[in-house]
Design a protein around this ligand. Structure first.
Ligand code: 13P
Ligand code: SF4
Length: 327
């Protein structure tokens, strides 16, 4: 898109936000144009915390994927929550249905069930506590201690389960057994070896959705915001990083800090993209705001059944009780 088109759309978006009493929450995996019009930019924990504290606006436009927008709706039942593209979903979240959570509870009675925030509201309604990649270790260890158990049930990401087992020293039964994020699970130890050879002075930082052997080879494993803080905090000593996550974070950091030399762990210039996160464009953000103004945005509104929302809210609130992390 031409710079002038971008500026025109940004101007329209800012005016429409004011006219419609709307705030825009955006995830770091959004394209940078969309990140730039966000009133708040965050990882899934930061966005959940922000969604919990929205008081001024009547509407929330959530630029991310649907499970994150559902959390905003669950925490703000009286507000309208919209997505610029209502089809943006997370395939890993979509795979774990409520029935599978219930089956595991029957199979392993007495074990606490911790679900990753990357789940549908119907699954959240059946679990005990939610966690995100930023607080999974803290939440899972505290839950295991509170329940007096050395094992928990967790889903839907087997790689995050590995991270928790390693860092919290507890056992995890994962459901579904082979659940993972296709974006992060594609990084391999061959990529690590190759990129370490190409960039010997660089530090390797990766998301806990990466494979166990990739996590083990990294200098730092953390959520999107934790990786960002690690890189920004270390910039005085090291300006070169190989990053094992979605390209949006690298684009954000590259725009903010021109001194940084950033390389995706995937040895291709374009890095790796989450197709669903990338469905949102600046035009779609403008269009949903126009539709909110015209009263025709119902097709992009995120609604959660009231009973499911009330039960899912208990497990999200439990996360806030257990977690001190800010996201
Ligand atoms: P964060 O918790 O780091 O925002 O990650 C969410 C996600 O979907 C990662 O793929
Ligand atoms: Fe889901 Fe992976 Fe996309 Fe995150 S990056 S939304 S886990 S598919």
């Amino acid at each position: 898109m031409m710079a002038t088109d971008t500026q025109r759309l940004e101007g329209e978006i800012q005016a429409l936000k004011r006219e419609t009493s709307t705030i825009v929450l955006a995830h770091y995996y959004q394209v940078t144009d969309v990140q730039d019009v966000g009133d708040f930019l965050g990882d899934s924990l930061g966005l959940s915390r922000k969604a919990a504290s929205v008081t001024s606006a009547s509407n929330i436009v959530f630029a991310a994927v649907d499970f994150m927008a559902e959390v905003a709706k669950i925490l703000n039942p009286s507000k309208h929550v919209y997505m610029p593209d209502r089809t943006a979903s997370c395939p890993m979240a979509d795979r774990l249905r409520a029935a599978e959570v219930l089956q595991h509870k029957q199979r392993f009675p007495g074990l606490p069930v911790v679900l990753y925030v990357n789940t549908l509201a119907e699954a959240k309604a059946e679990c005990d506590v939610i966690c995100t990649s930023a607080n999974a270790v803290e939440v899972c260890s505290k839950v295991a201690r509170a329940w007096g158990k050395d094992t928990i049930i967790m889903g839907p990401d087997r790689n995050l389960s590995h991270h928790v087992e390693r860092e919290a020293g507890i056992k995890v039964v994962t459901m579904p057994e082979r659940g993972c994020c296709y974006v992060h699970d594609q990084f391999s130890t061959e990529d690590v070896e190759y990129q370490r050879q190409r960039f010997p002075g660089a530090k390797l930082v990766v998301h806990p959705e990466c494979k166990p052997d990739v996590q083990e080879a990294a200098d730092f494993v953390g959520s999107t915001t934790q990786m960002l803080r690690y890189i920004e905090g270390g910039m005085a000593d090291c300006q070169e990083y190989v990053v094992g996550t979605e390209q949006g974070l690298l684009d954000h950091l590259a725009k903010k800090h021109q001194v940084l030399r950033l390389h995706s762990l995937a040895p291709v210039p374009q890095g790796v993209a989450c197709k669903n996160m990338k469905k949102t464009t600046l035009q779609k953000v403008r269009d949903v705001l126009l539709a909110i103004k015209a009263g025709t945005a119902g097709d992009r509104e995120v609604l959660v059944d009231e009973q499911i929302a009330a039960r899912a809210r208990r497990s999200i609130d439990a996360m806030f009780t257990y977690s001190t992390a800010s996201g």
